[in-house]
Design a protein around this ligand. Sequence first.
Ligand code: NAP
Length: 287
Amino acid sequence: MITGKTQLLGVIGHPVEHSLSPAMHNAAIAHLGLDYVYLPLSVKPEALATAIAGLAAINFTGFNVTIPHKQAILPLLSEISPVAQAVGAVNTVWRQGDAWAGTNTDIAGFLAPLQAQNRDWCSAVAVILGYGGAARAVVAACAQLGCPIIHIIGRNWQKLQQFYASWNDADISSKLQVHAWDKLPQLIPQATLLVNTTPVGMHPHAEASPLSNAQMKLLSPEAIAYDLIYTPSPTEFLQQAEKQGAIAIDGREMLVQQGAAALQIWLKQPVPVEVMRQALHQQLQRE
Ligand code: NAP
């Protein structure tokens, strides 16, 4: 029951109607029997600063940040974690006195299913398709894992150069190499970790894949293929990779784990990850 004592959490984005976060967080809150509620909050880009001040004024405990605010919110925060500074994006914000502090739990979310794999990451070669917002968290995560080489592949050379230049963390940029899409045949055989961060293959275009069958046939059976897309599951990309004998990981666990890491920050206690996982799967089945 919502009362005057109920503490407020939420996600700001635009659009935010299809966010899966309220289902996950409210299920965990109900399971823990806590007096919190998690709300989807539609905030247009031009209203971001006003909205953040408003959330402080009405005593929000914390909130998630999604497209298009993940980068724009940085100057509005009084403290930003080193990991979020390195990525240049924030997805989780909490109260710091009268101000807001932020971090990025997408990195922990992306890493969780990889850490369950028994691998020597110090010799791993990461090949990442795409250079958008999600790719930034993936690059930081691969560097954190210890991958010595991180290849980024994209279809626009100018954007690839901008992506490379945008990193001011020397540890990350020393590992990063950018390549045009036509270099895929040389790079795929080297991949220990192949990550799709493009939306190619996402519902309703489930038949699409960023790689042709011939390109995927170059993937080692020892590799891990990771698709950030969470619907459909598995994507065409992951089905192709499984045919090669590779391990396939979809984007659902990343979504669950970034949410669990955020909720833990706000509640300052362990959170029921399995309850969040089940709530996400049920919500995806409803859609
Ligand atoms: P974004 O910022 O729009 O970036 C998309 C990237 O994909 C860009 O580099 C874009 O390149 C590239 N791309 C798009 N279409 C392409 C094509 N046909 N061929 C080659 N490259 C193409 O999006 P994002 O926020 O990074 O999200 C990307 C995907 O990750 C989405 O499917 C999203 O749902 C998923 N995601 C999942 C999670 C999770 O928790 N599982 C979290 C974040 C994101 P151009 O700029 O050249 O178009």
